[in-house]
Write a protein that binds this ligand. Structure first.
Ligand code: PLP
Length: 421
């Protein structure tokens, strides 16, 4: 449980067997409305492999205890598994050391942590925070809250007609007042893969700190935080085969050490006195209270599972599915597909509308055929506004989807077209 993985194996698609992968996800082996489930909503949350489910019950059945607090056997076991999982995450994203990995509830909490801890300490009246129109609300609202509290200014990188960042005027948007640039690695609404390195270089030249929302990036690309060069990278376990309620903030040691705590409570202190306290070393300074121990252990197991298959093999499989899906979807009359035209600029998400059918109706009709897709604004209302729509339907693919899932989606959309004809 929570074993330390070797170097993430990149793997090649030659050895990738999607049916074998599917077989490891019990939730996929069910019928919905009398049809086999085609789960195309992994951008919202992924299904969980048997290894993760087993690790959760094994933890609760045998090792359940609080971490770092007891000297009894169960607490020792729980602490070792919990810290091993941190090491697994650190190796997975190539962090310099496990202490740079902070457990959070997910991407949202990780981004709020940076905004409220680093941000409140470093952003002053008149300073600027640069984000983009492409962001999930989790990477907008915390910066709005910070800007309001500090009377700072929020500025936006625009997106073009294909939903790609417009970076030509980046040097104009970055000023000597820019303190933070917060940008998503991969868009959940459109699948756009952003050129993070380019943003990081320009932001650092301007003296700004770079925060990457990796909620989709960590799922769909191998992540090397040192190579990316950003200062913080946030991601969620539940989108990458781990349980809900666990996520990670990776941050550079020097920044984390200089930051004030985000929350106060047990485990994050060194000494508590009547008037004041001193803080534990990182990562514990940012982990007040009892953490999601089982979730962290489950995340370590999920990463081992993904590493065993190999990220390169997974990405290749997803790109193959995406290409097949676009090839089958593009000829559908009245379909409008959002996001970059080029496969190399997008990951396995297809956001679309179909004629006059409301995305909620599309999703309901697809559900009656056993096909699960998302409908709504995908927590990206600025993206919807940019394209002049209030919502889209979104099919998202992951390692366990196959071409049959795509065919079922296409057949379901034929039903939608027939109903709305
Ligand atoms: N950022 C992006 C790009 C996302 O896709 C999501 C979740 O959909 C989030 C942030 C928020 O993640 P969580 O709800 O796991 O905190």
């Amino acid at each position: 449980m929570g074993t330390i993985s070797a170097e993430p194996r990149r793997g090649s698609r030659a050895g990738f067997d999607v049916e074998r992968v599917r077989g490891q996800f019990p939730a996929l082996a069910q019928s919905i409305n009398g049809q086999p489930l085609a789960y195309l909503d992994s951008a919202a949350t992924s299904q969980k492999p048997r290894a993760v489910l087993d690790a959760l019950s094994a933890y609760y059945e045998h090792d359940n205890a609080n971490v770092h607090r007891g000297i009894h056997e169960l607490s020792r076991r729980a602490t070792i598994a919990f810290e091993d999982a941190r090491g697994t995450v650190a190796r997975w994203v190539n962090a310099a050391e496990p202490a740079e990995v902070i457990w959070t509830r997910g991407t949202t909490e990780a981004l709020n942590l940076v905004a409220m801890a680093w941000g409140l300490d470093n952003v002053e009246e008149g300073d600027e925070i640069l984000i983009s129109v492409l962001e999930h609300h989790s990477n907008i609202v915390p910066w709005q809250l910070l800007a309001q509290r500090r009377r700072a200014k929020l500025r936006y990188i625009e997106i073009d007609e294909q939903g790609r960042l417009v970076l030509d005027d980046l040097s104009r948007l970055l000023t000597e007042r820019t303190k933070i640039v917060a940008i998503s690695h991969v868009s959940n609404a459109l699948g756009t893969i952003n050129p993070i390195e380019r943003v990081v270089d320009a932001a650092h030249d301007a003296g700004a700190v770079v925060v990457v929302d990796g909620a989709q990036g960590a799922v769909h690309t191998p992540v090397d935080v040192q190579a990316l060069g950003a200062d913080f990278y946030a991601f969620s376990g539940h989108k990458m085969c781990a349980p809900t309620g666990i996520g990670v903030l990776w941050g550079r040691r020097d920044l984390l050490e200089a930051m004030s705590p985000y929350q106060g409570g047990g485990e994050m202190i060194s000494v508590v006195e009547r008037e004041q306290s001193t803080w534990a070393a990182i990562p514990h300074k940012f982990e007040a209270g009892t953490p999601n121990i089982a979730g962290a252990i489950g995340m370590g197991v999920a990463i081992d599972f993904l590493a065993e298959i190999g990220m390169e093999a997974i990405v290749e499989h997803e790109q193959d599915l995406l290409s097949y899906a676009l090839e089958r979807l593009r000829p559908i009359p009245d379909i409008r597909i959002f996001g970059p035209d080029s496969l190399s600029e997008r990951s396995a998400v297809v956001s679309f509308t179909l004629g006059d059918a409301h995305p909620h109706d599309i999703s309901t009709i697809l559900d009656s055929a056993g096909v699960a897709v998302r409908a709504g604004h995908h927590c990206a209302q600025l993206v919807m506004k940019h394209f002049g729509v209030s919502s889209t339907a979104r099919a998202s693919f992951y390692l366990y989807n196959n071409r049959d899932d795509v065919d079922r989606l296409v057949a379901g959309l034929a039903q939608v077209s027939a109903i709305f004809a």
